[in-house]
Structures are given as structure tokens and as C-alpha cells.
Design a protein. Structure first.
Ligand code: MUC
Ligand code: MG
Length: 380
């Protein structure tokens, strides 16, 4: 086997508790399941990627267990023996052989670029055109499910200087209750914080039309995926109201979907997510569509752990404009540290590592303690 060939594909499911319940319209998370993909080359070089979603199958069509199964059964045979000095060739082969499975493709591409960056001695950002910035603005999501607790949490974040922009997860309760919750938080924080809301597709178009003027009056800066992902014409009608910028999230499945949304004037802003786009290069193509169409960008998350978060950051660092900032706070929602050296968050920003590849090193003890199969592994 060639020295740079993939010798072994390893997939690991981790269950990591969250610091508090995280309440979305589609699920309440008490923990996050992180799928790590490790590609081991014959010469000992190793790359890591992450395939993470939210609430099992409640957010989208790929579950953590499904991501692992797809990689073990279908990606691995195509990867074993492949030359990692040609990541684009490998990804082309995977895309031609495997339909959909965008989260799994993203995890594998992340690991391939981690390897390539390590071999060339450059961060992943330099494989994606080169970084423009070393720090990315990061908001925090208030999603405890309780207004007073959310206000206290935001006050603590503002006081510590860690965040000054907040996303509120709504759509689970009746519209008037959600609007009252959002307005109370904005009233308490005033001009000290930017407030955005994410409905995760929960509203009908009629409900959204009722809510938008009230949210605008409350001072909300951005409304994310208020209605179903496929409702492009409805999104266009909400965007045309011109009350608050409307952002597409679940509607985006890569550059082609972004092109269709842009042609239909169905969003003011795109939430760029490497997993939803099917990988870092597809996400970069999606960013290009947005830039060409005059659609603003936001750096989204699937609440990934540090590997997916830094893969996203490596891409976002290459974008000339990221007008609405990012939400790359996933590792801060977890009780456990998965890296040897924790990520650096300060002054509302995440620092993008500058070491080769992703520039992060996994904490092997934490991985061993959190992996779902730990009991079966120790008993054999
Ligand atoms: C989503 O829908 O954007 C991002 C932040 C958060 O709390 O949930 C996610 C997913
Ligand atoms: Mg969203």
C-alpha cells in the first residue's frame, strides 16, 4: 500500500451531556451525539472529521447512527487504499457513487482536508482559498425554555464579554407566547444585544405573517427558517414583506438549492453549514452563490463539537463578508472538553487555530470515556 493511502476508517459515536437542556421546536436536547470519523493512513498520518446533527432524526434525514452506518458500510470500501494527497479525487468519487448523505460526506471531507493540511503544513483554510480573518464573531443561543433563565444567561454572557448577540429558539409555543418571550428578552437587554430568532420551520405562513410585524416591533434583527424548508414561494412572500431579514437554514442543501432560493428571492440571508451543504467545498460554492446573488451570509452550526466547529471556522475564515456573524458555540454547550487544548473564545469571537490541518488535537481520555461502545470495548 502507498504510504499516503488510507489503511483504516474508524467511526466513533460519542454521547456528550449539555450544560442545560437545549429546547428547540423540533427537540429538547439533554446531550449531543457526536460522530467522529478518523482516517488512518499507511504512513501514520491521521485526519479527523465530524458528522453531527440535532435530536436524532428530528432535524433532518441523517441520524448519528445512520452517518456511522453509511460511512462503515458504503464510504469505507471506497476510501480504503485511496491516495489522500488527492482529496478532490476522493470526494469526486464519493459524490459520483453515493447519493445524498451530506453530513457523512462532510465528515469525510473534513478528515481528508485535515490530512492534506498536515502533510502540507498549512491550516485547512489555506486549502480553501486562504483565510481573510483569524477571529470570527460568535453569538450564543438562549434556549433554556424559560424567559427569566434566558435573561439571566444573556446578562452573564454580556458581563463576561463572551457574547453580545443572541439567537432565541422559538416555534414550540403558540405565536403570541413566543413573541412575548422574545419581546421580554429584548426589553431586558435593550441596545446591549442583537436578538435573532430561529423557528426551525415550525410556523405556517399565516402564523409567520402575524408574527413578523410583532417581532420587528420588538427589535428582532433576523428571523431564521420561519416556515417549512420546501416552502420557497412562502419564504419569498415573507422576504418581500421587508420587515426583518429572513434567513434560510433547513432549506439549504448545497449550492443548487441556494441558487434556486436566490432566483426565487426567497431569503435575505443564507445560514452556511458545512454539513448541510455536503462538505466544505460545497459550502464554499454555496457561499459563492450567495455572494453573486447579493444574499448575506451567516456562519451556521449543527451544534457540533470542536472538530466540526473548527472545520466550519476554517471555511468561514476564508469568506470576504459574513455579515450576520456565526454561531460556532457548539463546544461551549457541552459539559466535557474533547480537545487537549480547548478552543479560544473571548470578546464575542472564536479564534481560528493556525496549526496544520484543522489545528486541533483530540483528548483521547475524553473520547474513551464518552464513546457509546465503551462498555462492550472494555469487557472484551
Ligand atoms: C439551527 O437550526 O440553526 C444552531 C444553533 C442552535 O441552537 O441550534 C442550531 C440549529
Ligand atoms: Mg436554524
Amino acid at each position: 500500500m502507498q504510504a499516503s493511502a488510507i489503511e483504516r476508517v474508524e467511526t466513533i459515536v460519542l454521547d456528550v451531556p449539555t450544560i442545560r437542556p437545549h429546547v428547540l421546536s423540533v427537540a429538547t436536547m439533554q446531550s449531543q451525539t457526536v460522530v467522529l470519523v478518523r482516517l488512518h493512513c499507511a504512513d501514520g498520518v491521521e485526519g479527523v472529521g465530524e458528522g453531527t446533527t440535532i435530536g436524532g432524526l428530528s432535524y433532518g434525514g441523517e441520524s448519528p447512527e445512520g452517518i456511522k452506518l453509511a460511512i462503515d458500510a458504503y464510504f469505507a470500501p471506497l476510501l480504503i487504499g485511496a491516495d489522500t494527497t488527492r482529496p478532490a479525487v476522493i470526494m469526486d468519487r464519493l459524490r459520483r457513487s453515493i447519493i445524498d448523505n451530506r453530513f457523512a460526506k462532510n465528515a469525510v471531507e473534513t478528515a481528508l482536508l485535515d490530512i492534506q493540511g498536515k502533510r502540507l503544513g498549512v491550516p485547512v483554510s489555506e486549502l480553501l482559498g486562504g483565510r481573510i480573518r483569524d477571529r470570527l464573531p460568535v453569538l450564543w443561543t438562549l434556549a433554556s425554555g424559560d424567559t427569566a433563565q434566558d435573561i439571566a444567561e444573556a446578562e452573564a454572557m454580556i458581563a463576561s464579554g463572551r457574547h453580545a448577540a443572541f439567537k432565541l429558539k422559538i416555534g414550540k409555543r403558540p405565536v403570541q407566547d413566543d413573541v412575548a418571550h422574545v419581546a421580554a428578552i429584548k426589553r431586558a437587554l435593550g441596545a446591549r444585544a442583537s436578538i435573532r430568532v430561529d423557528v426551525n420551520q415550525a410556523w405556517s405562513e399565516a402564523a409567520a405573517k402575524r408574527a413578523l410585524p410583532l417581532l420587528a416591533e420588538a427589535g428582532v434583527d433576523l428571523v431564521e427558517q420561519p416556515i417549512r424548508a420546501h416552502a420557497t414561494a412562502g419564504m419569498a412572500r415573507l422576504t418581500a414583506m421587508g420587515l426583518i431579514p429572513i434567513m434560510a437554514d433547513e432549506a439549504l442543501h448545497g449550492p443548487e438549492s441556494g441558487y434556486a432560493l436566490a432566483c426565487g428571492q426567497a431569503a435575505d440571508v443564507f445560514a452556511l453549514k458545512i454539513a448541510q451543504a455536503g462538505g466544505l467545498t460545497e459550502a464554499k460554492r454555496l457561499a459563492g452563490v450567495a455572494q453573486s446573488a447579493g444574499v448575506a451570509l451567516y456562519g451556521g452550526t449543527m451544534l457540533e463539537g470542536p472538530v466540526g466547529t473548527i472545520a466550519s471556522a476554517q471555511l468561514f475564515a476564508t469568506l470576504p463578508e459574513i455579515e450576520f456573524g456565526t454561531e460556532l458555540f457548539g463546544p461551549l454547550l457541552l459539559t466535557e472538553e474533547l480537545l487537549v487544548e480547548p478552543l479560544h473564545y473571548a470578546d464575542g469571537c472564536l479564534s481560528v487555530p493556525s496549526g496544520p490541518g484543522l489545528g486541533v488535537q483530540l483528548n483521547e481520555d475524553a473520547i474513551a470515556a464518552l464513546r457509546r461502545d465503551r462498555d462492550s470495548r472494555t469487557s472484551v
